[in-house]
Design a protein around this ligand. Structure first.
Ligand SMILES: Nc1ncnc2c1ncn2[C@@H]1O[C@H](COP(=O)(O)OP(=O)(O)O)[C@@H](O)[C@H]1O
Ligand SMILES: [Mg+2]
Length: 163
């Protein structure tokens, strides 16, 4: 179910949208990020880290060799990037699925590569490149809990805008 479509006309805006989500994300939440290379997925996750009060000395980036990075914060940020995933079995082997439903907030780049194995309850963010700096972000949810998450996120976005 699509909840809303957001516009981000700068990387700062994408970061801020992520930060607002980081302020409300709960342990066990699964957020899948889908979109082309350079669409802004990692930029968004960097914002989530800021919203989760992850120490700035951790520089959230796309992992070069690992598929998963964890960062301590208000709750653990589990950052999964499946760009280098060769096959889905590898994903099971390294235990990605154990993270779904674990005690952290799980953000998964290239989520479309694991759709068949992903939990049904989740939020999906579809990033679309509209212009050099323009991005559209389609927000989809499945399940009541992630719908609540989306609502809390939109409220947090509204608060930031009010400041
Ligand atoms: N509105 C925007 N949102 C996010 N990134 C943007 C935006 N406009 C330009 N950019 C640039 O696009 C790139 C996005 O990179 P990144 O977040 O690593 O993408 P991805 O993880 O989807 O491959 C960055 O270089 C960033 O500066
Ligand atoms: Mg990335």
């Amino acid at each position: 179910m699509r909840v809303v479509e957001l516009e981000a006309n700068s990387s700062v805006r994408t970061f801020d949208l992520g930060r607002a989500l980081g302020q409300v994300v709960q342990a066990g939440d699964v957020v899948g990020l889908i979109g082309d290379l350079g669409a802004g997925k990692t930029c968004f996750v960097q914002g989530v880290a800021a919203g989760l009060d992850v120490d700035q000395r951790y520089r959230v980036s796309s992992p070069t060799f690992t598929l998963i990075n964890e960062y301590p914060g208000r709750l653990t940020l589990v950052h999964v990037d499946l760009y280098r995933l060769d096959d889905i079995d590898e994903m099971a082997e390294i235990g990605v699925f154990d993270y779904f439903g674990a005690n952290g907030g799980c953000l998964v780049e290239w989520f479309d590569r694991c759709l068949d194995n992903a939990p049904r309850a989740r939020m999906e963010l579809h990033f679309c490149v509209v212009g050099e700096e323009q991005r559209k972000l389609g927000v989809w949810v499945a399940g009541a809990r992630h719908n609540d998450l989306a609502q809390a996120w939109m409220a947090a976005v509204g608060e930031t805008e009010g400041k």
